[in-house]
Design a protein around this ligand. Structure first.
Ligand code: HEM
Ligand code: FES
Length: 344
């Protein structure tokens, strides 16, 4: 699908989303700077910049990591998922301001290259309490940089969805590095336990949300599955699928989205060709299954995108027996026409 492919209906939301991000950044920075200057009038402007951007970037990273599981647990969070890349790129810029100012403040005044100084000015690599914690931040920033510069669809198409996704899953590695960066730094310069407490609470929330979302998904997937002799497997009752929406079921390793529309049922792969978005969480708009993430569209009866687009996903045979939907999980090649089952 070309980069000019426009998401359906969401352009207004997209602008609102970006404005909310900008407002949040400005509000956080002004609040942090004015409160810190009020509590501690001695604090320098450099420290204010370093600390306000550091804590803001960390907060934004937590929000980014929570959006995925929250959207899986409750579709009300889907609007946050849309355009999440803008949040990620903004977070990188905020973290980059923090990193750059830290390097200028602590490593630019000597007679060696500031980046070399980051690695060589403190060589207590053997000690936890004196460890050069900045290097964890440095490597985290490199990962965030790689993610930010490849976030555009241009890179998704050139690298391929699998490589692109793997690269962007490195956000978890960046998160781990940042936790080390902050915790090892805190041991050295922080007397208050507030930051440690907040980071602990943040980690617990992120891990719990991921576990709960994963468990719910698994439970939902294995539910109501049974076999019959013709290769079809029982999926769910027709009545549980909302009109113009889908129920997603897993058969073996295949996730299938079963859509109901105009008194018909069709089944296609749940995995969007754009960024593997969950098609079954989208709805049918203008006769097309519309991915909830960025609006790519597919016809329900053949899994193909409307012309001129060329994306195609696998389709599956569907039967209705006594009000129950049965699926043959051995799919047809991507884009194959497949007769919908008629509900009544
Ligand atoms: C080149 C990369 C980086 C360098 C050189 C660096 C350096 C530093 C330094 C020197 C401090 C202590 C500041 C102080 O004494 O007030 C610090 C704290 C911190 N850094 Fe970084 N950092 C880098 C990247 C990152 C990144 C990518 C994040 C992402 C969120 C981050 C988050 C933090 C946080 C949350 C703190 C604690 C702030 C506080 O105590 O209020 N850093 N960093
Ligand atoms: S449109 Fe982006 S993942 Fe489906």
């Amino acid at each position: 699908m070309s980069a000019s492919y426009q998401p359906v209906l969401w352009n207004r939301q997209k602008k609102i989303y970006d404005r909310i991000i900008a407002l949040f950044v400005l509000l956080y920075l002004s609040l942090f700077i004015s409160l810190t200057s009020f509590i501690n009038p001695e604090v320098t402007q450099e420290t204010l910049i370093i600390r306000s951007t550091a804590t803001l970037a960390l907060l934004m990273l937590h929000i980014i990591l929570m959006i995925g599981p929250l959207a899986r647990l409750n579709t009300a969070f889907l609007p946050l998922l849309y355009n999440r890349r803008h949040l990620g790129v903004t977070m990188f810029f905020v973290a980059a301001v923090h990193g750059t100012f830290s390097i200028i403040q602590f490593h630019a005044l000597g007679n060696i290259n500031p980046i070399l100084s980051l690695f060589l000015s403190n060589t207590h690599y053997e000690s936890l309490s004196k460890f050069p914690f900045e290097i964890f931040g440095f490597f985290a920033l490199i990962i965030l940089f790689l993610m930010a510069i490849t976030s555009h669809d241009f890179w998704l198409h050139n690298l391929g969805p699998r490589t692109w996704k793997t690269l962007h899953m490195m956000v978890y590695a960046a998160y781990g590095l940042i936790i080390f960066h902050v915790m090892l730094g805190v041991i050295q310069y922080e007397t208050s336990p507030v930051l440690t407490f907040l980071i602990g609470a943040g980690m617990i929330t992120i891990i719990t949300l991921h576990i709960v979302a994963g468990y719910r998904e698994h439970k939902r997937d294995v539910l109501e599955q049974s076999k019959n002799l013709e290769g079809f497997q029982k999926a769910c009752a027709v009545s549980v699928i909302p009109e113009n929406r889908a129920k997603v079921m897993t058969f073996g390793s295949e996730r299938i989205a079963i859509f109901k529309y105009n008194n018909k049922i069709s089944a296609i792969s749940n995995v969007c060709k754009h960024q593997n978005g969950p098609l079954g969480e989208g709805k049918i708009i203008d006769g097309c299954i519309t991915c909830p993430w960025h609006g790519y569209q597919y016809f329900p009866h053949n899994g193909s995108s409307p012309p001129p687009f060329k994306e195609r996903v696998a389709t599956f045979d569907v039967k209705i027996v006594d009000g129950e939907v049965w699926i043959n999980p051995v799919g047809y090649p991507e884009g194959t026409e497949c007769k919908p089952a008629v509900c009544s």
